[in-house]
Write a protein that binds this ligand. Structure first.
Ligand code: ZN
Length: 345
């Protein structure tokens, strides 16, 4: 079968690899209907991560059709359409039971540590019962792009909003105008935010953020951005900040625009060991929370809003490629010519 393998910075290839097959009795094999390229795939693409010698399988977001299940899989069968969250989880351990599937004691992440990737014709999914969510819609349903976002970006944006404690009446700022930040705006509005400020500077993304409920835009950076957010919020800053980038500068801005007693929910993968702005965080009693989103836990909550048309996070996809065109998709996202690329193998 064909699969995406990254061998080094900027070196993404579509390779022939052995067919995915059942290894453990709790596995499923899923034929990928749709996958996508994630902003976090760009970190290794830019050479910021180490590579195994034989390359790294890429992709961790998918909707697909179950092709085979191991003998201990109970909740799905061949032919079922499923959403695949970016992390696999057993669905039964202490952390899964508290809705933190990304800390599952038997869990892991697709596309690293030898696990199959989703930018491929098919992949092996460990702990199928705990991981996959069976959809009762047609495979060609027009809602498919939005449903695909439940595998990562919409669930991750929601996690940023939840951990930033967004509630009805909150003033909210979203740091980052990538697909996760845009979904964060959707999530903040969905949770009842009174004011949503997007910090970003790409006109296509800002236009989408406005459609998603962000009435205010801050395109400045650093101290000027902080000043501007304060101006927009009566001088105090926001109750909730969704940090959707992961750089030191983004985190510093996020803490600096939270009002005293506010909260920062971070979902951008941190690129530094230490957290900046420790002193303002301390003196202003800022809660800093967030981490890898347990998107599996959020599918149930977010799915009705997609099926009933209240939210349309699939609008973050502005380009669709075939599997063989995936390298061009990486290039387009790296060049900021595309917000998020969908892959139809
Ligand atoms: Zn678990």
């Amino acid at each position: 079968m064909r699969a995406t393998v990254m061998f080094g910075a900027g070196d993404v290839r579509i390779e022939n690899v052995p067919d995915s097959h059942i290894i453990e009795s709790t596995d499923a094999v899923v034929v990928v209907s749709r996958a996508c390229i994630c902003g976090s795939d760009l970190w290794p693409y830019r050479g910021l991560e180490e590579f195994p010698e034989n390359g790294r399988r890429m992709g961790h977001e998918a909707i697909g059709v179950v092709e085979a299940v191991g003998p201990d899989v109970r909740t799905m069968k061949r032919g079922d359409l499923v959403i695949m969250p970016f992390a696999f989880s057993d669905g039964s351990c202490v952390f899964c039971n508290q809705g933190l599937q990304t800390s599952c004691i038997h869990g892991g992440f697709f596309g690293i540590h030898g696990n199959d990737g989703a930018q491929a014709e098919a992949l092996r999914v460990p702990h199928a019962d705990g991981t996959l969510f069976v959809l009762r819609v047609d495979k060609d349903d027009a809602l498919m792009p939005s449903l695909l976002t439940l595998s990562d970006v919409m669930g991750t944006g929601h996690h940023a909003a939840v951990t930033a404690k967004v509630r009805p009446g909150s003033k909210v700022a979203v740091v980052g105008d990538g697909a996760v930040g845009l979904c964060g705006a959707i999530a903040a509005q969905r949770l009842g935010a009174e004011q949503i400020i997007i910090l970003g500077r790409h006109s296509d993304r800002i236009a989408l953020a406005k459609d998603f409920g962000a009435a205010d835009v801050v395109s400045e950076r650093g101290d000027e951005a902080v000043e501007r957010v304060r101006e927009l919020t009566g001088g105090f800053g926001v109750h909730s900040v969704l940090e959707c980038v992961g750089t030191e500068a983004a985190m510093r801005t996020a803490i600096s625009i939270a009002r005293p007693g506010g909260a920062v929910g971070r979902v951008g993968v941190p690129q530094n060991e230490t957290m900046p702005a420790s002193q303002p965080a301390f003196y202003n009693n800022i809660t800093v929370s967030g981490g890898p989103a347990p998107v599996r836990a959020y599918i149930d909550k977010l799915l009705p809003d997609i099926l009933e048309g209240r939210i349309a996070p699939g609008r973050v996809f502005d380009r669709t490629v075939s599997l063989e065109q995936v390298p061009e998709g990486y290039q387009a996202m790296d060049d900021r010519k595309s917000i998020k690329v969908m892959v139809e193998p």
